[in-house]
Write a protein that binds this ligand. Structure first.
Ligand code: FPP
Length: 246
């Protein structure tokens, strides 16, 4: 049976989050610059986006550039920003064809104006699409997001627009950048690193975590199927006992 056939179609996650890691090592192994790895990483981005859309997964969130990535060498940061502009421009057609809606989370004001412009254009153009929502986490870190939420809540409490006694999991989630999205049921990280790296710390509370050794530019649809099959074999307990779940 093929990997695709092994998937149980009505037990797919509604939201998959991915830490795309290993571009630099992939390039180094080939005696090339790190930027070469990022460029090849775009193929894997296209592959997981198309596969998610085909499978009917509702949300795919990709960690494309963290707050901490700003401290990389300027040449690499500049190249990544140019790559974002060119990829968003060239892929808008594919997003339209696949009924994908683009979204972005993170401190967008910190992105160069060219990136903000292309991003906003693509978000506008795809806003009526009803299939997969593809969210790019850009200049994003979870601690930044949580602190921003706390600041908003404090202001609203001071202005008497929000009653602090109403603050629970759901209310707090509505102040996060991911408001309106379900929490990811599955988080995938490539390249053999076993860390969360400041990604969706609140939202990953009950997510299944899947780590694989493949470097991101090599990640293909079959590798994605493997992660989904592994997820489908897990028992999600949410703090209950196995018997309670059955
Ligand atoms: C991590 O690998 C990857 C990134 C920081 C950037 C991810 C960017 C892309 C895949 C390309 C563009 C993306 C979009 C959405 C258009 P790393 O550089 O940390 O690799 P290393 O751990 O091997 O050094």
């Amino acid at each position: 049976m093929s990997l695709q056939d092994q998937l149980i179609k009505d037990r797919l996650p509604s939201h998959v989050a991915i830490i795309m890691d290993g571009n630099g090592r992939w390039a180094k192994k080939r005696g090339n610059s790190r930027v070469f790895g990022h460029k090849h990483g775009v193929t894997a981005v296209r592959e997981v986006t198309e596969t998610s859309a085909e499978l009917g997964i509702e949300y795919l969130t990709l960690y494309a550039f963290s707050t901490e990535n700003w401290s990389r060498p300027k040449t690499e940061v500049d190249a990544l920003m140019s790559l974002l502009v060119s990829t968003i421009s060239s892929e808008t057609k594919t997003l339209m064809k696949n009924n994908v809606k683009l979204n972005a989370i993170g401190c967008k004001e910190n992105l160069p104006s060219g990136v903000q412009k292309r991003l906003n254009e693509c978000i506008d153009k795809t806003s009526g699409n009803t299939g997969l929502t593809l969210t790019l986490a850009l200049s994003y870190s979870s601690r930044w997001e949580i602190l921003e939420a706390i600041k908003k809540i404090v202001i609203e409490v001071e202005d008497k627009q929000f009653d602090i006694s109403q603050l629970d999991d759901e209310a707090f989630g509505s102040y996060l950048a991911t408001q309106g999205m379900p929490d990811p049921e599955l988080m995938i990280r490539t390249s053999g690193e076993h860390r969360i790296s400041n990604f969706l710390l609140w939202q990953l509370a009950y997510s299944e975590l899947y780590f694989c050794d493949i470097l991101w530019p090599d990640f293909r649809r079959e590798d994605y199927y493997r992660a989904l099959i592994d997820y489908q074999g897990r028992e999600r307990r949410f703090g209950k006992t196995g018997d309670q779940i059955k």
